[in-house]
Design a binder for this molecule. Structure first.
Ligand code: ADE
Length: 241
């Protein structure tokens, strides 16, 4: 898939593209990233990209025209039609179901706002989806775009070395529960001992223990997720055990 990032800080794209799963997904040709700077599409000596808000108040609002021209240039770089996603605190909350849907798109254009925001008319005309990565305010959409890029890149076929690991993560495992705890060597450590069942070699027992841990953690930490998880009768019994 191809992801274009419209941002006043295109260096940011190089930063996220160079590391970890995203870097590897790029090397393997699974995702292609390109940054686009609206300032390159701004007119005049000052290449102005923002102005004061009508109605007064602090901060600056990003102008329609540089953003529109920049998005048009990004769209024209590839014939596949792109979904335009605007990252903002006003957006719908990002979750793993949304990430999965985005990961299936052939193309995304991620629009990163700065200052107080973007002229609402540009959003109405160009944006397909507005997404927030949480109920807090960042100084721009770039970190949120990085979150989307990472989450989407690791779901591309072949991006992860262990094909299983995506499926077993929190939220992907059997209907949106938190992940179970994990342990590695040594078995005995001054910080504690590895639960015995994990060394039993009994795969059915191990699976049952993991499911029970996942259910218990979700119940304790994120009860809101349990309501949507659609628990089976066996799950309810595990949870009550
Ligand atoms: N831009 C600023 N804050 C944001 C947030 N919480 N999510 C997405 N984009 C943002």
């Amino acid at each position: 898939m191809r992801i274009d990032i419209v941002s006043l800080f295109p260096e940011f794209v190089a930063q996220i593209a160079g590391h970890g799963v995203v870097g590897r997904a790029q090397e393997r040709g699974l995702i292609a990233l390109q940054g686009w700077n609206p300032r390159d599409y701004a007119e005049g000596n000052y290449r102005r990209v923002d102005d004061r808000p009508f109605g007064g108040g602090p901060g600056m609002v990003m102008l329609i025209d540089p953003l529109r021209a920049c998005i048009a240039a990004a769209r024209a770089a590839d014939p596949a039609s792109a979904k335009v996603v605007y990252l903002s605190p006003q957006g719908a909350p990002l979750n793993q179901a949304k990430v999965r849907a985005l990961a299936d798109e052939p193309r995304l254009i991620l629009l990163c706002g700065r200052y107080e925001g973007v002229d609402e008319r540009l959003i109405a005309a160009e944006v397909d989806e507005e997404l927030s990565i949480g109920d807090y305010v960042l100084s721009g959409g770039e970190l949120a775009a990085a979150v989307v890029i990472d989450a989407v890149a690791r779901l591309q076929d072949g991006a992860l070395n262990d094909a299983e690991s995506a499926a077993q993560d929190s939220f992907d495992a059997d209907g949106g529960l938190l992940d179970c705890p994990h342990y590695t060597r040594p078995v005995e450590h001054e910080l504690g001992t590895v639960p015995e069942v994990l060394m039993s070699g009994n795969h059915a027992e191990i699976a049952r223990w993991r499911r029970q841990q996942a259910l218990g953690r979700t119940w304790l930490r994120r009860p809101d997720l349990l309501d949507e998880a659609g628990l089976s009768k066996a799950d309810r019994e595990l949870l009550e055990a």
